[in-house]
Design a binder for this molecule. Structure first.
Ligand SMILES: NC(=O)c1ccc[n+]([C@@H]2O[C@H](COP(=O)([O-])OP(=O)(O)OC[C@H]3O[C@@H](n4cnc5c(N)ncnc54)[C@H](OP(=O)(O)O)[C@@H]3O)[C@@H](O)[C@H]2O)c1
Length: 264
């Protein structure tokens, strides 16, 4: 049984009820963020970005029962779509206080799985992983940055993974996932430097959620002790607590679910 929840964080660190956008909101951790942002009562609006709003049944049900949630079509590899999503969010003329990028790929059902050895590496899968996990968060930032408040606290958080840490890599393997998350980490760090010049209250971080029971991790949970496998609900609570506690000194950091700073 995965480790379950504690209690929802308040997001009191933001100066007003937040306008938030969550990408990869169709399922897993992203869906969990939308759920808890709504139930926590400190969200004015939650934009739930997903590639196929018509096919995201759980998310559509959540949106149908809430005045706060708006579904928006969003694929982090599609710049025209990102521009359209940003235009929809911008049309409300409210600053975007919180962006949480949850879009990510580790494997495709019936398709490529993480490489065990060099011979498993495939060009097409490398490109796909780099497009979604690496370039995706940066393109998302490119289109949403104009909507961030210029002075007030804002958080741009992207879900990375500890295995994307170069300093922490002791096991090898998983070339596409590790490499693409390492690329994401570099983009987040670089973005944090530029953002600090233009949006003075912005804090840009890469976050590691811990191993969480979702479709992404399910084929690889074998060796994970129960105490280290979180439900999506628990992972989201922990990450919201980290987000709520971020200060200006955390801009450009890679932070785990428990607040620990991870080596790049
Ligand atoms: N679960 C873990 O143990 C774990 C550990 C470390 C890091 N992470 C990271 O946490 C993030 C969320 O993972 P998860 O466990 O919630 O995975 P998940 O359940 O597989 O969900 C992945 C989400 O990403 C979306 N997505 C995939 N490609 C996309 C694209 N091109 N544009 C926009 N959205 C896209 C999927 O949408 P569709 O429904 O349309 O496919 C889905 O909503 C990922 O970045 C993952 O690497 C997870």
């Amino acid at each position: 049984m995965p480790t379950t929840s504690t209690c929802a964080p308040s997001l009191a660190s933001f100066p007003r009820p937040v306008t938030a956008l969550v990408s990869g909101a169709s399922r897993g951790i992203g869906l969990g963020f939308v759920r808890q942002l709504v139930s926590g009562g400190r969200a004015r609006r939650v934009w739930a970005g997903c590639r196929d709003p018509e096919g995201a049944a759980a998310l559509a049900e959540l949106a149908a029962g809430s005045d706060v949630v708006r579904l928006v079509r969003l694929d982090v590899t599609d710049e025209d779509g990102l521009a359209a999503a940003a235009a929809a969010v911008g049309a409300e003329h409210e600053p975007l206080d919180l962006v949480i990028n949850c879009a990510g790929v580790l494997h495709r059902p019936g398709g490529p799985t993480p490489e065990r050895r060099l011979a498993d590496v495939r060009a097409d899968w490398l490109m796909e992983a780099f497009a979604v996990n690496g370039a995706g968060p940066l393109l998302l930032a490119k289109h949403l940055e104009p909507l961030l408040p210029r002075r007030d606290r804002a958080v741009f958080a992207s879900l990375s993974a500890r295995v994307g840490s170069i300093g922490d890599n002791r096991l090898g393997g998983w070339y596409a996932y590790r490499g693409s998350k390492a690329a994401q980490n570099m983009f987040i760090r670089t973005l944090s430097i530029e953002l600090a010049r233009r949006a003075r209250g912005a804090i840009c971080v890469a976050l590691h959620p811990g191993t969480t029971d979702t479709e992404l991790s399910r084929p690889f949970q074998g060796g994970v002790p129960e105490s280290k496998l979180f439900t999506a609900e628990r992972a989201v609570e922990q990450l919201l607590r980290v987000i709520d506690g971020l200060g200006p000194g955390d801009n450009g950091r890679f932070i785990a679910w428990n607040g620990e700073k991870i080596a790049w």
